[in-house]
Write a protein that binds this ligand. Structure first.
Ligand code: HEC
Ligand code: HEC
Length: 373
C-alpha cells in the first residue's frame, strides 16, 4: 500500500475538522496543566471555555460539515465495533477511510464526556467561586459536590483520550499509514471510489477568527486594566465596617470577620484586654458594635469559599483565635516554601495582604494571589 501513486491520496479531513482537532488537543492539554492550582484558574477557565466552544462547533460540523466529519457517516453499532476490534489483528480486518468503528465510539464518548466536564465545571465555578454564569444561583455545597464529578469526568476523559491515542498508533502501524500526519495534512490513502472532500477554507477561517476574537476578549482585562496588578475576577463584595477597620487595622490587617466563626470573635472580643499580649482598651459600646458586625458577617454565613471551608474545618468545640492555626489555612499554605515566609515584606503569617491583593476586602479570590519573588 505504501507504494500507491500520489493520485490515490484523497482529502478526508477538511481544514475545519483538523483545526478543531488540534485546538481541542491544545485546550485539553492546557486544562490539565492548569488544574488543581487556583492561581492558574483564570487560564484553566479560558481553556475550559475554549473546549466548550470547540465542542459546540463540532456538534454543528457533525451535522452540517463535510462527508467524513458528519456523525451519521461514522455512527456504528456495537456489533460492528466488536467485529472491528476482534478481527483487528487478523487478516480479516477491515479498513475504514474515515473514522473506524472503535475510533468513532471514542470520539462520541469524548464529545459527551467533554460536555459533562464543562457543565460540572460551570456548576463548580458558580458554587465554589461564585463566578461564571451560575454565580449566585448555586450554593457552595452544591458546587463542592459537583467538583468531585468534574474531576471524575475529567479523569474518564483522559482515559478515553489515551485509548484513542493508542488506537491511532495501532491502526497507523497495522495499515502502514501515519494517521497523525493525516490529521495534519488531511490526506489519506484510498481506493478510487472514496469521497474527496472540499478544503473548507471559509469555515476554517471563521472558526480561527472566532477563537482569536474570543481569546482577545477573554484576556482584554489584562491589557486594558489601569490597576497595577490586574485581577480577572471580581467576586461578591463583602460588607465592610468602618469601626472594625479602624479598631482592628491599627497593628495588622483588619481581618474580615468571614475568616473565623462567630464563637471565635466572641471569645476574642471578650478577652480584648489580653489580645495576644496586647490590651486593646476597647469600651463596652465599641465591643458591642464590633460584635454585632462580626456575628453578622462571620464564617458561618458562608459568603465566600474561604468562609465555607473555614466553618467546615473547625470542630464545633473549638474557638480558634488565629486564622493561621485553622486546618484550612494550614492546608492552603503548606506548599509555600519556608524561605518565602522569611521574606522581609512578610514578617508574620498573619500579614495576608502581602500575597493576597484583596486581603482588605476579605474575599481572598484565587486570582488575587501572588507570591513575593
Ligand atoms: C494593639 C495592636 C492590635 C490591635 C489594635 C488588634 N490586634 Fe489583633 N493582633 C495583635 C497581635 C500582636 C497579634 C499577634 C500577631 C502574631 O504574633 O502573629 C494579633 C493577632 C490577631 C489575629 C490572629 C492572626 C493570625 O495569626 O491568624 C486575629 C484574628 C486578630 N489579631 C484580630 C484582631 C481584631 C478582630 C482586632 C480588633 C478588634 C484586633 N486584632 C486588633 C495586635 C493587635
Ligand atoms: C506568603 C504569602 C501568603 C500569605 C502571607 C498568606 N497567604 Fe493565603 N495563600 C497564599 C497562596 C500562594 C495561596 C494559594 C495556594 C494554592 O492555591 O495552592 C493561598 C491561599 C489562600 C486561601 C485559599 C484561597 C482559595 O480560594 O483557594 C485563603 C482563604 C487564604 N490563602 C487566606 C489567607 C489569609 C487569611 C492570610 C493571612 C492570615 C493568608 N492567606 C496569608 C499565599 C499567602
Amino acid at each position: 500500500m505504501n507504494n500507491l501513486p500520489k493520485k490515490n491520496r484523497i482529502r478526508v479531513w477538511d481544514l475545519p475538522t483538523r483545526l478543531f482537532h488540534w485546538l481541542l488537543v491544545f485546550a485539553f492539554a492546557l486544562v490539565w496543566l492548569t488544574q488543581g492550582d487556583d492561581r492558574y484558574l483564570d487560564i484553566h477557565l479560558f481553556a475550559g471555555y475554549l473546549f466548550l466552544g470547540l465542542l459546540g462547533f463540532r456538534l454543528i460540523w457533525g451535522i452540517m460539515g463535510s462527508y467524513y466529519a458528519k456523525f451519521h457517516n461514522f455512527s456504528y453499532n456495537w456489533p460492528t465495533v466488536w467485529h472491528y476490534l476482534t478481527t483487528l489483528f487478523t487478516s480479516k480486518r477491515s479498513h475504514f477511510i474515515g473514522h473506524n468503528p472503535a475510533g468513532s465510539w471514542a470520539i462520541f464518548i469524548i464529545l459527551i464526556l467533554g460536555l459533562l466536564v464543562a457543565v460540572t465545571g460551570l456548576i463548580t465555578l458558580g458554587g465554589e467561586e461564585q463566578h461564571g454564569i451560575l454565580a449566585g444561583v448555586i450554593g457552595f455545597a452544591t458546587g463542592n459536590y459537583f467538583h468531585g464529578w468534574h474531576e471524575l469526568m475529567a479523569w474518564l476523559m483522559l482515559a478515553i483520550v489515551s485509548l484513542h491515542i493508542i488506537g491511532v498508533l495501532v491502526e497507523s502501524y497495522l495499515h502502514r499509514e501515519n494517521l497523525i500526519k493525516s490529521m495534519i495534512t488531511g490526506y489519506k490513502l484510498s481506493t478510487p471510489c472514496d469521497i474527496h472532500v472540499k478544503p473548507g477554507y471559509f469555515t476554517a477561517i471563521s472558526l480561527f477568527l472566532a477563537v482569536i476574537i474570543g481569546t482577545l476578549g477573554y484576556f482584554s482585562g489584562y491589557f486594558l486594566s489601569k490597576a497595577e496588578v490586574y485581577r480577572p475576577f471580581i467576586g461578591p463584595k463583602l460588607i465592610q465596617n468602618e469601626l472594625w477597620n479602624e479598631a482592628c487595622g491599627e497593628c495588622h490587617l483588619s481581618y474580615h470577620p468571614n475568616l473565623l466563626p462567630m464563637r471565635s470573635w466572641q471569645k476574642m472580643l471578650s478577652e480584648q484586654d489580653n489580645h495576644f499580649g496586647e490590651d486593646l482598651y476597647l469600651e463596652g459600646e465599641t465591643i458591642l458594635e464590633l460584635l454585632t458586625f462580626a456575628s453578622q458577617n462571620a464564617a458561618e454565613n458562608e459568603f465566600t469559599e474561604a468562609a465555607w471551608n473555614i466553618t467546615h474545618s473547625i470542630p464545633l468545640t473549638k474557638s480558634p483565635l488565629r486564622i493561621t492555626k485553622t486546618t484550612y489555612w494550614l492546608e492552603q499554605h503548606i506548599d509555600i516554601p519556608k524561605y518565602i515566609w522569611k521574606h522581609p515584606d512578610i514578617i508574620f503569617q498573619g500579614n495576608c495582604g502581602v500575597c493576597h491583593l484583596d486581603a482588605k476586602l476579605g474575599t481572598f479570590e484565587d486570582a488575587a494571589m501572588y507570591l513575593p519573588n
